[in-house]
Design a protein around this ligand. Structure first.
Ligand SMILES: *Cc1c(COP(=O)(O)O)cnc(C)c1O
Length: 410
């Protein structure tokens, strides 16, 4: 069994030790929910203050040009690109994830008009399910959306399939899918592949170029730490630039927005997927958050992420045998950067932990979910979190009736 001293020794030699100081974390609290909302970094504070105090307050309307506000969606896309294995000019930062999925789905359905089937995962995130169904209805032809068991994907792939949309790391279980293998299977029948990276970007190494992905999109506010409601990002493979249309065109995706032309002509490259005015302060927060990512690589992040999740799993299983069911795969190749454990009183367990300063979250019906974020989480935090979990379980604190009432955000 790993001891607390061993964890402290791991922290002392941890290459990420200096990065933790970049984050504003509350003393005595262990934050295992960076997969839902990343914490604030000092670079975010600095950049947001600069946007407000200098660019907005002093520059006012001139800053659209002088401070590069107009180019921020592309500039941030460029900075984010290495985190997903993309190159310059292939990533845009804009809107929020569901909107970007809508744009990609809508555009894709126009590319494959001879095909009428769209496949997604029956247990996909609900917003993904809603938007794919809505975009299929709006396509104006008979499109069938199949919500399948993703393990049976191969059986569903044929010449009728236009688009497959999957979330790469399952938001409940933390299972990671085979990016390159599934993309190749989908391409083998001539269909397009859209990956949702909500729980992948900043969590696991990604290689959209190597995997030959057509389209991808993800959140800015989860592992990337861009702030609540941060703009999202989308990737379009260069072969689809100028081909994939933006189904929600607006003036800032026009080739010449300040010519105020009555008919739409798409801008080249990723700018085509801009619809309207960028949210400059929110982009500033995300830009500040990306400063921290410049100081590491996803390969380094992955090594520590797996070490942290392995440690959590082994400590829970040793201290509380048979109490929880491990839902997240043990195989590293199938694990994201979170651990999900099942308990029929899971909501009470998570609330009792939060009450003791261990912040995780609950996903209905019975999953206790803990995100592991190597930038600021220490090995000793994992150790202490498990000690507190043991206390919650052995004292039955999780059965306290004050934890029975569900809050709006779980
Ligand atoms: C978090 C998450 C979303 C949320 O999207 P927003 O539109 O940015 O609120 C969508 N899909 C998945 C898979 C997610 O995990």
């Amino acid at each position: 069994m790993t001891t607390r001293d061993e964890c402290l020794a791991l922290d002392a030699s941890d290459p990420f030790a200096g990065l933790r100081d970049e984050f504003l974390l509350r003393e005595g609290e262990i934050y295992l929910d960076g997969n839902s909302l990343g914490p604030v970094s000092k670079s975010v504070q600095r950049r947001v203050a600069e946007v407000i105090d200098t660019e907005w307050a002093q520059g006012l309307v001139r800053s659209w040009n002088a401070a590069g506000w107009m180019d921020a969606p592309l500039r941030l896309g460029h900075r984010l690109a290495p985190l997903i294995g993309a190159r310059e000019g292939e990533v845009l930062v804009a809107d929020s994830l569901t909107f970007l999925l809508a744009k990609i789905i809508g555009g894709s359905l126009e590319l494959k008009t001879e095909r009428h089937v769209v496949i997604t995962d029956a247990v996909n995130f609900h917003s993904d399910l809603y938007i794919v169904a809505a975009m299929a209805r709006l396509a104006g032809r008979d499109i069938v959306v199949k919500n399948i068991d993703r393990d049976t994907l191969r059986e569903h792939l044929d010449e009728d399939v236009a688009l497959v949309m999957l979330t790469h790391v399952d938001f409940r279980t933390g299972e990671m899918l085979d990016l390159a293998g599934i993309t190749a299977d989908v391409h083998a029948v001539g269909a397009l592949m859209l990956w949702d990276f909500a729980h992948s970007a900043g969590a696991v190494p990604l290689d959209v170029t190597g995997a030959d992905v057509d389209f991808a999109a993800g959140c800015g506010y989860k592992y990337l730490n861009g702030g609540p409601g941060a703009p999202a990002f989308m990737y379009v493979a260069p072969r689809w630039h100028g081909v994939l249309r933006n189904p929600l065109p607006g003036w800032l995706g026009h080739a010449r927005p300040f010519d105020f032309e009555p008919t739409y002509e798409s801008a080249p490259g990723m700018r085509a997927y801009v619809t309207s005015s960028p949210s400059v302060i929110a982009l500033g927060a995300l830009e500040g958050a990306l400063d921290v990512w410049d100081r590491t690589t996803m390969a380094e992040v992955r090594v520590k992420s797996l070490a942290l999740t392995d440690l959590f799993i082994s400590l829970v299983e040793e201290a509380l045998p048979g109490v929880f069911e491990l839902v997240t795969p043990r195989e590293h190749s199938r694990r994201g950067s979170q651990v999900a454990i099942r308990h029929d009183q899971g909501y009470g367990v998570v609330q009792a932990l939060i009450d003791r300063g261990v912040i995780g979250d609950f996903r209905a019906p019975d999953i206790c979910r803990f995100g592991f974020t190597p930038l600021y989480l220490r090995y000793v935090d994992v150790y202490d979190a498990v000690r507190i979990l043991v206390d919650v379980m052995t004292t039955s604190a999780y059965l306290d009736e004050s934890f029975a009432v569900r809050l709006a955000v779980t």
